[in-house]
Design a protein around this ligand. Structure first.
Ligand code: ADP
Length: 378
């Protein structure tokens, strides 16, 4: 009798626990099925084995048109999904990975993917993938970018015309001794040149955002380019000396205009962030197949903790010493992107209140055989 009571009590407890468990399972499955964020699982072969309603609604497919099919069928960029699956199968966790998905109506959605893999006994079971739609944000960014490209392009032409007229007037004025007029013209020339450089920077920024920054690599004399940058940079300052060290007859294989912009930005910064004046040195040395180019100043320097973020888009250091310096925080970002396209990297060594040295390497051309190593290999 007593045993029966104990058994009945146990049975009742088991039933209660079972009901609670069922409720939990129902709640959890509701959470995943009806969450407002699109979710899916993909197996080791890249097949979608489960997707929630938000994912189906976002892309416009019925369950039977989506689940059971390879995930690659729904990606607009085959190399992107290949990379995603490769990373996940190597146990990487993806954070805000950008991708483009194909909707049933033929449109394409820009998304951010966050994903990792469920493994059992070391074996790949399925991915846990969260997808966030950023199409609106992307379109807004695209509109801003198009606007930036258009404005900077439209500004470049009239500014270049004004700069050439100033040049003509300067040549005429130099023949007579109207000091005031000559000075005004020289100042105008400096300001117009600054505006042209800004327009170039904005145009390049827009091109990078669109993935359209194309390089036109040629073999050219880096000494000559450095000479041109020094000459035009000297116009921007009366309190700095700008000198060149170490270059003679060095030929590189790179995009001449873009490396000119890199140097102009680095020298412009060296001037801007050395408010007390002082020497600025552009160095150039051969290192095997490479040519190392550097720009050094004795200005305000950069704290160690700021040095890693300098090359981010729109990043400006917020410190007392550079409060007077104006800028948009795109110069070093452009430098870094342009050099990345050359398979190079901008590096910095700096000590606060003592100065900075920015440097990078370019592919050198062997004068002996007149052939660039890159050309030789291919
Ligand atoms: P901007 O000069 O327009 O702010 P940059 O991208 O060219 O933008 O530079 C980013 C930041 O890096 C600057 O705001 C400045 O604080 C710092 N910086 C760049 N060059 C130097 C330098 N030569 N010396 C000290 N600080 C520098």
């Amino acid at each position: 009798m007593e045993n029966t009571i104990v058994l009945e009590e146990r049975l009742a407890r088991c039933e209660r626990e079972n009901d609670e468990l069922k409720l939990k399972v129902e709640e959890l499955s509701d959470f995943f099925e009806n969450a407002s964020m699109p979710l899916h699982w993909v197996d080791a072969k890249g097949i979608i084995i489960w997707a929630n309603q938000a994912e189906l609604d976002a892309l416009g497919y019925e369950k039977e048109e989506y689940i059971g099919f390879p995930i690659k069928n729904f990606h607009a960029d085959p190399e992107v999904i290949q990379d995603i699956l490769y990373r996940l199968s190597n146990d990487e966790t993806l954070y805000d990975y950008t991708a483009r998905l194909k909707c049933k109506d033929g449109s394409v959605k820009h998304v951010l993917i966050n994903s990792n893999v469920l493994r059992k006994d070391g074996k790949f079971v399925h991915t846990r993938c969260f997808t966030r739609d950023i199409t609106d944000r992307q379109q807004e960014d695209q509109r801003k970018n198009d606007f930036l490209a258009m404005v900077s392009h439209e500004l470049k032409t009239p500014l270049t015309v004004v700069a050439s007229y100033i040049q003509i007037l300067l040549k005429k004025k130099q023949k007579n001794t109207d000091d005031f007029g000559l000075n005004v013209l020289k100042r105008m020339e400096v300001q117009v040149k600054k505006m042209i450089l800004m327009a170039h920077d904005f145009l390049n920024l827009a091109r990078i955002q669109d993935g359209k920054l194309e390089l036109n690599r040629i073999e050219f004399d880096i000494d000559q380019l450095i000479g041109e940058v020094v000459e035009s940079s000297r116009l921007l300052t009366t309190i700095h000396t700008i000198e060149v060290s170490g270059c003679t007859g060095v030929v590189v294989y790179a995009d001449q205009d873009k490396i000119g912009q890199v140097l102009t930005n680095l020298v412009g910064n060296a001037i801007k962030y050395s408010p007390q004046g002082g020497p600025i040195i552009i160095g150039c040395e051969k290192l095997g197949d490479k040519v190392r180019i550097s720009v050094s100043d004795q200005g305000i320097g950069i704290r160690q903790s700021d040095q890693t973020r300098l090359f981010e888009r729109f990043y400006r250091i917020n410190s007392k010493s550079n409060q007077g310096a104006s800028g948009f925080g795109i110069g070093l970002y452009l430098v870094s992107e342009i050099l990345q396209q050359h398979n190079s990297k901008i590096e910095v060594k700096s000590v606060e209140n003592q100065g900075s040295r920015f440097y990078f390497d370019l592919d050198g051309v062997s004068i002996a055989d007149g052939v660039h190593p890159v050309i030789k290999k291919s």
